[in-house]
Design a protein around this ligand. Structure first.
Ligand code: GDP
Ligand code: IMO
Ligand code: MG
Length: 424
């Protein structure tokens, strides 16, 4: 049995990672988020009760599991405190189980403001407006403030002041809006530091010690491969490495310690925000699947765009993540269809593309080449084994497996923990 597993999204996010992490967390000791921030929304449903987690690993719902927010995550302390309160109000104890890396970068109100203003100025990406991009930009520009800096008063004052000098100039001169007061931000963030101090730890050391002690670590990816800043549909991406490589840099655990990579895919495709989406449905089918699949963002509530399963996209994800196994979610959403399409190539200006093209022009204007398979037209939500699935559903899954050249491990036919079974 593999010990340390990375679970990542193999499409444009919202594949059902939260549900899958929750299932694998049962047999793990530690669950760690390694990138992104509260732009993520991971849903776990247990006995009809729904939990949406934005920053805290989805393993938190299993008693006693250690949950870590790794150095690669950008953390909005206000959002983190709200999430801790939400869990505690539901009777889930986090103290002594939740740890936040002292190397993780902190999101400030000016990050959120800049995210919002950039979106309003040129509505081109459709971000979640949580300040994710501006915070990662500061990290890479070596201007960022980490938790370790927040805990050191002298350093914190110094970096906050120099950040505000620059940010306030940008806000007033470029965007014509008021800047932020040093005193107010300083006080607000010192207060967060006091409240969060007990969670802040050197998590890279904790993780490596846990691995040395033969504990099992689960790496929880956020977003999806096509939103990865290097391997996604750039520039219509998020600002981090959501692919499996990020699990190493975002935690301080060397890649040799990750034993398996599991890719989560929806039985169809969705995306929120702007950007190319070759297999996107036309209006009628879009509305039908959106309604059946409840395709509305878990973080922003925005309607998700829906489309056919894109084999080119997921094959690319299998390659760049080194995916060993696939989990297929939301198969039940396709129960209502007479026939189902799988995209196996793109056609652009007479040329056939079998590999994912980086050129945004090709992606935006290509025509998908489809294979059409018969639907099964029956309710799969109560099915508990692969053998119990209708013949056409099995054929659909077999075809996906063949197109991807990767093995399907688990199939999900509903949002509850129990509505999941193995392929064998
Ligand atoms: P994540 O961001 O990858 O964790 O996914 P989200 O939580 O944003 O979105 C997935 C949605 O699909 C959630 O509302 C889940 O409860 C739901 N879901 C997960 N698996 C299934 C499934 O097999 N069938 C159905 N109908 N819903 C599912
Ligand atoms: P989970 O983890 C789906 C999308 C946004 C936007 C782009 C950039 O729940 O799968 P950002 O705020 O990150 O700068 O926005 O990325 N996006 C997601 N889409 N699921 C997510 O997370 C996402 N996180 C960001 O809609 O298009
Ligand atoms: Mg989500």
């Amino acid at each position: 049995m593999s010990k340390n597993i990375a679970i990542i999204g193999a499409q444009w996010g919202d594949e059902g990672k939260g549900k899958v992490i929750d299932i694998y967390a049962k047999n793990s000791d530690v669950v760690v988020r390694y990138q992104g921030g509260n732009n993520a929304g991971h849903t776990v449903v247990i006995d009809k009760e729904s939990f949406i987690l934005h920053l805290i690993p989805s393993g938190i719902l299993h008693k006693g599991k250690i949950c870590i927010i790794g150095n690669g995550v950008v953390v909005d302390p206000k959002a983190l405190l709200e999430e801790i309160s939400m869990l505690e109000a539901k009777g889930i104890k986090v103290d002594g189980r939740l740890f936040v890396s002292l190397d993780a970068h902190v999101i400030f109100p000016y990050h959120r403001k800049l995210d919002e203003l950039r979106e309003a100025r040129k509505k081109n990406i459709g971000t979640t407006k949580k300040g994710i991009g501006p915070c990662y930009a500061d990290k890479v520009a070596r201007l960022g403030i980490r938790f370790v800096d927040l805990l050191n008063d002298e350093i914190f004052r110094q970096i906050l002041q120099s950040n505000l000098d620059e940010k306030n100039a940008i806000l007033s001169r470029i965007y014509n809006v008021e800047g932020f007061s040093f005193d107010m931000l300083y006080r607000e963030y010192k207060d967060y530091a006091i409240k969060l101090k007990k969670y802040i730890a050197d998590t890279k050391v904790m993780l490596n010690e846990a691995i040395k002690a033969k504990k099992r670590v689960l790496f929880e990816g956020a977003q999806g491969t096509l939103l990865d800043v290097d391997h996604g549909t750039y520039p219509y991406v998020t600002s981090s490495n959501s692919t499996a490589g990020g699990a190493s840099t975002g935690t301080g655990v060397g890649p040799t310690k990750i034993d398996k990579v599991i890719g989560v895919v929806k039985a169809y495709t969705t995306r929120v925000g702007e950007g190319p989406f070759p297999t996107e449905f036309q209006e009628e089918l879009m509305n039908k699947i959106r309604e059946k699949g409840k395709e509305f963002g878990a973080t922003t509530g925005r309607p998700r765009r829906c489309g056919w399963f894109d084999g080119i996209v997921v094959k690319h994800a299998v390659m760049v993540n080194g995916i060993d196994e696939i989990v297929v979610t939301k198969l039940d959403v396709l129960d209502c269809l007479d026939s189902i399409k799988i995209c196996t190539a793109y056609k652009y200006e007479g040329k056939i593309y079998k590999d994912f093209p980086s050129d945004i022009m090709v992606l935006s204007n290509c025509e998908p080449v489809y294979e059409e398979l018969p639907g099964w037209r029956s309710d799969t939500t109560g099915i508990t084994s692969y053998l119990g699935l209708p013949k056409n559903a099995k054929n659909y899954l077999k075809r996906i497996q063949k197109v991807l050249g990767a093995k399907i491990a688990l199939i999900s036919v509903g949002c509850d923990r129990k509505q999941t079974f193995s392929r064998d």
